[in-house]
Design a protein around this ligand. Structure first.
Ligand code: SF4
Length: 373
């Protein structure tokens, strides 16, 4: 049985039913419990929990400090290619996005230059990204990029197209530690609509990707739904189920959750389910109460003010000084196509200063490596 089977037992109507008739008493009961059920999570994500955000914030902060201390990990993305044969309607890299900026795949020298630039900023943890271009950037090419980055950084993760288990083994052999892969939306019907072409169109292959990665030896698995694509209360319930499934079935791996919120999209796409700042805060708090041991990531998609406010409430890892275009740290010009515009444009030093001012320690080094075989 894979997660496809598990989520198959939780169609949209069954998730919606969890939210029906949620009362204040349900919220208080969920707040008071040590281990929380899906019904508790629905209560905490529901509008009935809005008057209790302060109590949720206190508990979320307590749990985060208990499990992670006063630390925040820092990482930076390196885009190695912006070629993409998929056509995800919400993405600037999509093959039919209509954006005409230059598309490139970095050479080894250019990837090396990006690594050196980030290393000089203090980073020891990076995320390599590509579009869905298995011909131009096959798994073997990604493996060599991982090996190259691993010469510079202790922790190398990827956010790339879905692979087979054998490919993940190859990447791990070359130094891979983590895989980030968003289902975007767990709703099958909408998933088909917003992914009209490309390998990514295969919902089932994608949804089982992180389990294949875990089975292939990947030590950090990061899930997420693209917030704004669908009703966030429904998608986050499914996301939480997915995270718990991976914690149980890939127990050698650490499971994390990202909260990517759709902000800047290509002109052809309209965000049908915009999520407010207050709703995203509630979502992060509720998810922390349900998943106390999961790492939570918040990227530079969010504004500096918002990240500063939310960081102490449950976030354990942040990107900083990010570029979303290949060569963005110096090896190429700014005319190259970027995936999306970042909101928090502060330098790594400024983000580090903010973390310290909040009474937390910025963590550049990934200590998990000490435990690797
Ligand atoms: S989300 Fe990924 S697969 Fe989809 S168009 Fe963008 S880069 Fe390509």
């Amino acid at each position: 049985m894979s997660f496809v089977d598990e989520i198959g037992q939780w169609p949209r109507e069954r998730v919606v039913a969890l939210y029906e008739n949620v009362t204040e008493a349900d919220v208080l009961a969920a707040l008071g419990r040590g281990e929380r059920t899906l019904r508790d999570l629905a209560a905490l994500l529901s509008p009935a929990a809005r008057p209790h955000l302060e109590a949720m914030a206190r508990e979320a902060q307590r749990l985060t400090r208990w499990h992670f201390g006063r630390t925040v990990g820092l990482y930076a993305p390196i885009y190695i290619s912006n070629l993409c044969a998929a056509d995800c309607l919400y993405c600037g890299f999509a093959v039919c996005s209509g954006v005409q900026d230059e598309r490139v795949t970095l050479t080894d020298d250019q990837i090396g230059a990006e690594c050196v630039a980030l290393k000089n900023m203090g980073y020891d943890s990076v995320l390599l990204l590509t579009g869905e271009a298995p011909k131009a950037v096959p798994p073997s090419r990604i493996a060599s990029a991982v090996a190259l980055a691993h010469r510079h950084f202790s922790s190398v993760s990827v956010e790339i197209y879905s692979l087979d288990e054998a490919d993940y083994r190859l990447l791990c052999y070359n130094g891979l530690e983590g895989v980030t892969l968003y289902q975007e939306t767990y709703d099958r019907e909408l998933y088909r609509e917003v992914h009209p072409r490309g390998l990514k169109r295969d919902y089932e292959y994608r949804i089982d990707t992180l389990e294949r990665a875990g089975n292939g030896g990947v030590r950090k698995l990061t899930v997420g739904a693209l917030l704004g694509l669908f009703d966030w209360r429904i998608d986050l319930l499914w996301t939480a189920m997915h995270a718990r499934y991976l914690q149980k079935h890939c127990w050698r791996s650490a499971v994390a959750v990202s909260f990517p919120r759709l902000r800047h999209t290509p002109p052809r796409f309209r965000v049908d389910y915009p999520m407010s700042d207050a709703e995203l805060v509630q979502a992060i708090l509720a998810m922390r109460l349900f998943l106390p041991e999961a790492g939570f990531n918040l990227s530079t998609r969010e504004s500096a003010a918002f990240r500063d406010r939310v960081m102490p409430l449950g976030i354990t890892s942040m990107s900083a000084g990010s570029s979303t275009r290949p060569g963005g740290y110096g090896s190429k010009g700014v005319e190259v196509l970027e995936q999306f515009e970042v909101e928090d444009t502060r330098s790594p030093e400024e983000v580090v200063a903010m973390i310290r001012r909040a009474g937390y320690d910025p963590v550049w080094k990934d200590f998990d490596r000490a435990f690797r075989a």
